[in-house]
Design a protein around this ligand. Sequence first.
Ligand SMILES: NC(=O)c1ccc[n+]([C@@H]2O[C@H](COP(=O)([O-])OP(=O)(O)OC[C@H]3O[C@@H](n4cnc5c(N)ncnc54)[C@H](O)[C@@H]3O)[C@@H](O)[C@H]2O)c1
Length: 443
Amino acid sequence: MKISIIGSGYVGLVSGAGFAEAGHNVVCMDLNDDRIKNLRQGKSPIYEPGLDEMLADNVKRGHLAFTTSLEEAVNHAGALLIAVGTPPQEDGSADLGHVLAVATGIGKILSKPLLVIVKSTVPVGTCDRVRDAIQQELDKRDQQLSFSVASNPEFLAEGGAIKDFMQPNRIVCGVENKHSEALLREMYAPFNRNHEKILFMDVHSSELTKYSANAMLATKISLMNELANIAERVGADIEHVRQGIGSDPRIGYAFIYAGPGYGGSCFPKDVRALSHTAKEYGFEAKILNAVEHVNAHQKTHLFEMLKRGFNDEISGKCIAIWGLSFKPNTDDMREAPSRVLIDALLDAGASIRAHDPEAMDVAMQIYGDKENFSVHTDQYDAATGADALVLVTEWKLYWIPDYEKLAATMRQKVLVDGRNIWPQETALKHGFTCHAIGRPSIG
Ligand SMILES: NC(=O)c1ccc[n+]([C@@H]2O[C@H](COP(=O)([O-])OP(=O)(O)OC[C@H]3O[C@@H](n4cnc5c(N)ncnc54)[C@H](O)[C@@H]3O)[C@@H](O)[C@H]2O)c1
């Protein structure tokens, strides 16, 4: 099939590479000139394991091309996916400016039947607005063309996005007619071999499914963080509690880790946007608001822990941070808990020595002008001279620290484990004080 994807970010590129890998003929379009120029030279704008190779292979095979021309993309496609950003606005609602601009652009160009598929995460009713925007432009040109709009939200998670896309556990499609259903079936056939994974439903339900999935996952995280806060106060260990409740199959082990709060480009904005939609319909989403509130508070937790550990004397302290991206295997720092920690530490007069395997360039774009912020290509260099080392993101290379090396280079032996992965007894044996989330501090 000839497929075009508008928006070449995390979702657009992974989908583009995935569809091309499966044998479709794909054009990825983006407004950003530099992004497309770099992609044409084989440079991906994002870090996602396996993506660079897959992009390069498919460009070489002639299955994948990049363009800045919407016209080229529209003319190429039998099915066109919109995968542009839907960032949050001040009031929490999703900014649909990019999505609707693409729709208007399509309406201005369209000259043959097309299935327009909205892959961006959008509030209920957006596909209707996309249809109206295209139709308005066709009417202006007095064109009578048949086109359909479908909803096909994306569930990939950064860091494991290729696997999520190539082996999805479900493919949600909201359609308004049988023709769209047939095209989506053909498009996803290579991903639907093992058993039926495509769930067809009405467009509004499909739009709401995406928000509901993220709301459910964010709720699990915030509830677990709330339980960790209770555990800290009553002298219990949330790690024992986690295993105790995860063993119940009705609860399960997934997504019940206490930590420094969720970040990234999806959970925070999607929880807020769904709450905003509910409000527009006259309903107060109390649980969603609490999930957001608990998370915002949790992001201050690591700083509060350091403050307590240093008796409120943070000014002049040197703090090492391991892990800057909002989760491992991505360079994405959007709404990352590390940013709340860094901002609070800089405000309080501390200096920061940071390390991350992939996000240091991104970090320098954000904090490069701050005198007291530095990044280090070696994780132990980052810890040199530090009064405390804070683990914020659990990249694999941080799981088994060389405690002797740390003990020799750090100024004070204080560890803050924001992901509860370091065995506290081992740290204690090497003379460290160890704070963790929802666990008694030791040392
Ligand atoms: N990142 C994820 O993990 C993820 C997962 C599932 C769903 N989503 C959703 O998918 C959508 C895209 O997310 P993303 O993370 O890929 O965003 P992104 O910011 O990485 O990429 C968006 C791209 O769209 C381009 N763009 C903006 N306006 C354009 C226009 N008019 N024409 C062409 N290109 C345009 C931007 O230049 C950018 O390259 C969002 O709605 C997001 O909520 C994201």
